[in-house]
Ligand binder design. Sequence first.
Ligand code: PEP
Ligand code: MN
Length: 351
Amino acid sequence: MIIIMEPGTSEDNIQRVVKTLEKHEFRVVLNRGDVMTVIAAIGDKRMFDPRSLGSLEGVREVKIIQEPYKLASREGKAEDTVVKFDNGVKVGGLERPVLIAGPCSVEPEYQGLLDVAYAAKEMGAQFLRGGAFKPRTSPYDFQGLEERALIYLARAKEKTGLLVVTELMDTNDLPMVETYADVIQIGARNMQNFALLKAVGKSKRPVLLKRGGAASIREFLLAAEYIMCNGNDNVILCERGIKSFDSSFTRNVLDLSAIPVIRKLSHLPIIVDPSHATGRRYLIEPMSKAALIAGAHGIMMEVHHDPDNASSDGAQSLSIPQFEDVAKRINKLIGRIDYDNRIQKQELGIE
Ligand code: PEP
Ligand code: MN
């Protein structure tokens, strides 16, 4: 933390800041420049936050120097985190980018889900997604089939071997969701639901954490930090678009630059959800390709057996035949990326 003083501020003002910091056991380093004084404060800010000094007389600005997401940060752990599953699937680092496919919501027609699951398996996906508890903007929209949906997902997993990704919205449902899910999703709307983050931090299941629609990258990584500092290191980040002023053609704006930025700042895997990012099915293929080229560790897309009659998000869901076409082309690209990653692994001596 550094405290930048106003140019020419009085010695009294400088000493007031220094004394306050020392009272809270901060180590203080004074840098007296020709024009202004800069005070570096090193210490534990859990009990006292130096940002409180921001309004003291003579203080121009209080700045954070070290990012507070210590566990999620590359500074703390240089090598990439690879999230591993019992069936050998790996997410992150130089592993082959993964594919997650499935409907927005699990619906009463089980056969529809099964058809999607078989197609996903056939096209090389590793995960089946599907919402059992749906975070809908309107309370009058479809809210999800809850445990029935989880049972359907588990049955589809039994038939196909696909790992199940499903969203948790309430800490009370964690024991139930954990028994059916291989990955617990925390949705964009709950990215800063700290009680939920702490609860999944204590779970043994990997967590897929989606970026909030109005969350900065810093806030996103701090949300991951909540999960990690509660004991769960297996966090997969998911960029799913952020809000902007123009939603005439796309639901959100896919922040592609977040992928390399997050890969630079953090060792955690980062995947992309082009369905929620764009809201339009024709944009899934181009945005998936762009995301993979930008370094995404995987793609999560919505696929429905009958998108035009879906309970939720039909417009951003591919039909099964469309998915098969898109997945073929995406798989070609994934194959090339995987080949490059293998060469890189050989060069690094890790394969
Ligand atoms: C979802 O993936 O089902 C979902 C609701 O997405 P988001 O939280 O990104 O809106
Ligand atoms: Mn959806």
